[in-house]
Ligand binder design. Structure first.
Ligand code: NAD
Ligand code: WQD
Length: 338
């Protein structure tokens, strides 16, 4: 199939492009590189041993999208979004415009060009503070920050579009905590500036770029007091997009699926696992809780297991080993190579 990947130069998008090319799909990427590097796409092609088409453009720009769709597209995987929770609180309008505005323009272009299959990157953030864990897809939805609200609104817009257009098939994938990197060490997560997320922060401490990890609270009602999350390997996550493409071929309407392992790890467990993988200490210091954080978030991935035939296969040791390989081989991310 001919797949358009929006945001394909980014962390999850680049790993998904490798999996799509390896599975024999034709891939077009549109990305404005606002949080990524074109070098990632060179490496994607090198890893897959196949070319892709890259259009540097913005999903809010209808002319850019028309240019892409005119090449012929069968399905869209929509990653392009801004994703930093803290930044979204400071710049909500930028987030609404980019994420929600971009998704509306994308759906308009899909409709104009007769493209009927959409896989959307949603997030566990749509569950806010859950009543209980593990979380099922029918749990109450209540985002707690502007970024999360953009995901919630985008889910609803896609649902409304599907209701009005029975020929459209959409899958909303609610990712829990994606970590890891390609096992080659050639592509991985490349945060700009100080990482917001735990795993890249730990990796930068281990490689000596940062002095110590701040553990945001050890007084949560969890066994060791630190927050628990459902971390899943980005390559497993990439495979879920492939499975979702198959699902859209056989189903119409709009369905949401949780993507996680179903197993939670605490911050301290993550630090310990990374120290073992890297063979280096990761110094840490306990600080106050981070505002907006919840104690525990884990997925019930039953629906994705049963209906997408998808299972997270890669263990925490592989997640850590792969991040460490990527971090060591690319201490400054994609920046060092011209
Ligand atoms: P990322 O920032 O690495 O990738 C997003 C890509 O989209 C970047 O390459 C960026 O340049 C591009 N982009 C952003 N706005 C664009 C626009 N208007 N036009 C064209 N390109 C644009 O992020 P990621 O971690 O790969 O996340 C991918 C998707 O998954 C996002 O939608 C994110 O909200 C969602 N998600 C991520 C996580 C996570 O922890 N990484 C968790 C849940 C959901
Ligand atoms: C994990 C755990 C922190 C950093 C975020 C977004 C969510 C989704 C995934 C996009 C928590 C602790 C973290 C640090 C720490 N993204 N931590 N020190 O908060 O579960 O989810 O990313 O959709 O929307 O909110 O992930 O990696 O930031 O935190 O102690 O320096 O690590 O308190 O318990 P989170 P995270």
């Amino acid at each position: 199939m001919r797949i358009l990947v929006t945001g394909g130069a980014g962390y999850i998008g680049s790993h998904t492009c490798v999996v799509l090319l390896e599975a024999g799909h034709t891939v077009t990427v549109i990305d404005n590189l606002c949080n990524s590097s074109a070098i990632a796409l060179e490496r994607v092609q090198e890893l897959a041993g196949k070319p892709l088409r890259f259009v540097e453009g913005d999903i809010r720009n209808r002319a850019d999208l028309d240019r892409v769709f005119e090449g012929g597209i069968d399905a869209v995987i929509h990653f392009a979004a801004l994703k930093a929770v803290g930044e979204s609180c400071e710049q909500p309008l930028r987030y609404f415009d980019n994420n929600i505005g971009g998704t509306i323009t994308l759906m308009q272009a899909m409709e104009a060009h007769g493209v009927q299959r959409l896989i959307f990157s949603s997030s566990a953030t749509v569950y806010g503070q859950p009543d209980s864990v593990p979380i099922k897809e029918n749990a109450p939805l209540r985002a707690t920050n502007p970024y999360g609200r953009t995901k919630l609104v985008m889910e609803q817009l896609i649902q409304d579009w599907c209701a009005a257009r029975p020929e459209v098939s959409a899958v909303l994938l609610r990712y829990f905590n994606p970590v890891g990197a390609h096992s080659s060490g050639r592509i991985g997560e490349d945060p700009r500036g100080e990482p917001n997320n735990l795993m890249p922060y730990i990796a930068q401490v281990a490689v000596g770029k940062r002095e110590f990890l701040r553990i945001y609270g050890d007084d949560y009602p969890t066994p060791d007091g630190t927050g628990i999350r459902d971390y899943l390997h980005v390559v497993d996550l990439a495979v879920a997009h492939l499975k979702s493409l198959d699902y859209t071929a056989a189903h119409s309407g709009c369905e949401a699926f949780n993507l996680g392992t179903g197993r939670g790890y605490s911050v301290r467990e993550m630090v310990n696992a990374f120290q073992i993988a890297a063979g280096r200490p990761v110094p840490s210091q306990v600080e106050d809780r981070r505002s907006g954080d919840v104690s525990e978030l884990t997925a019930d991935p039953f629906e994705a297991n049963a209906r997408l035939s998808w299972h997270a296969k890669l263990e925490l040791s592989a997640m850590c080993a792969d991040v460490w390989r990527w971090q060591q081989q690319n201490p400054n991310g994609f920046i060092n190579e011209a």
